[in-house]
Design a protein around this ligand. Sequence first.
Ligand code: TEU
Length: 543
Amino acid sequence: MNRVWWKEAVVYQVYWRSFMDANGDGYGDLQGLMQKLDYIKGLGIDVIWLNPIYESPDKDNGYDISDYYRIMPKAGTMEDFRKLLIKVHELDMKLIMDLVVNHTSSEHPWFEESRSSLDNSKRDWYIWKPGNAGGPPNNWRSYFEPSAWTQDERTGEYYFHSFAKEQPDLNWENAELRREVYRMMRFWLDQGIDGFRMDVINLLAKVRGFPDAERPEHIDYLGNNPGIHDYLQEMNREVLRHYDIMTVGEIPFVTPEDGLLYVAESRQELHTLFHFQVADDMPVWNLARFRHIQATWHEAFRREGWNSQFLNNHDHTRQVTRYGNDGAYRVESAKLLATMIHTLPGTPYVFQGEEIGMTGVHFPSIDDYRDIAMHNKYREAVDKGEEPVRVLRDLQPLSRDNSRTPMQWNGEQHAGFTTGQPWIQSNFNYAEINVERDLAAPDSIYAYYQRLICLRKMHKVMVYGDYADQSIGEAHVYAYTRSLEEETWLVVLNHSDVQQLYELPAPWKERFEHAQVLLGNYDGPPSKDRVEDDGICLRLRPH
Ligand code: TEU
């Protein structure tokens, strides 16, 4: 396995609009982020991933870009950006930016031109089709709307959008468009950034002819279509390979075998990916499913290819709420989930606030929510006649706003995030859960993350070690080893609210006498019981 910096790194995701507001307008900004770089560095972070900061009407929180070369005023200015980059580098960290090139905003001048007439020179930069029998060209759904097509009055044709109607998809078949995108990528790389997180990058190629789908509700026809690897190989040739950078593709609907096609070193496309088998198939914790996912990805990536480990981001409910216990065992389970993510094979990601165990929210009214995806789904269901209170209740657990509430810095108003009115309310629990408290307590979740991340720097086994499940068939205990040369780590996790017994597999019991506890989320090691045949059983406390 090739040793490179982005495999050894720990990445911290900054959802800047909810991170730190320096000018009191209620939105986080680049100046605010600059104030908090020491905090991020203090955690042991190597790379910051910054969600989109480009000019945007902000219908989908920056994922609808109207100018790739300018900074959204809410975030700051180009000068702020340049200062930020210098400071990040001075602290010996790196910065990767979001690249959103599957679609633009409907207010992007390219789209304005494209929609203006059938023979405009940019008509072909987007995907236009005549309607079919008075309706849209096919029966596809989009992520955020009942149809992936919207009719435009100017020409009467429909344009295609994988997401909201304000986010028309670009037509990657057009070579001129591709050249323009590569030029823009070089612009940012030449500023000195250290790579890209590539938004839904496997959606660029579309199914030829746009035939009706048999099961339109399964929107997987949107991604992984023939031609995608040609685009990514071209992007790599034209841009990526000329820089020492990190690229991580956001790749929904992908199996391990197909995932390898995006990140196998020999194929020269991307370095690593986010797949969504956990996020999409596990609304709540499911150990059997999770261990299967880990096993199959590990097997597929054994020789080449590199995974990413995460349980939450700005689109997915906070991990301690979704997969842990954010009540009685919030601290223990936040530490347990961190241990797992940082010791499984792949580059680990920390989503802002995760390191202090921030939790999801339940706002009382749909008006308290900001997310376009949630609002569209709500409207669709209510228009169909469903009971509004029920619709809200059903949407709440997985609403994207669960992870978008302001970073909780201290117990002051709005959690110390802003002196103005925050764009989205803070979680109600900020007096109890905040950075100031965690920094003051030696046994805090934050302090635990620091130790975990420090161990990763000191022990390459945590990065490159081979993975083997040591708990197959266990209902609540997930245990596995990582081994590299002379060093073996055993990770034992009790994913439940009650005590569990875990019998060490035979080869590990002799070694266990000489083993050392590196890290645990309780004081002292778990107690040991001798069992029949000289076995050793660990008594594991909840989480
Ligand atoms: O998200 C794409 C998206 O919705 C999926 O990747 C989803 O998270 C996955 O299938 C698991 O359910 C990206 C951005 O992260 C999101 O914030 C944007 O709204 C979206 O693209 C459109 O740009």
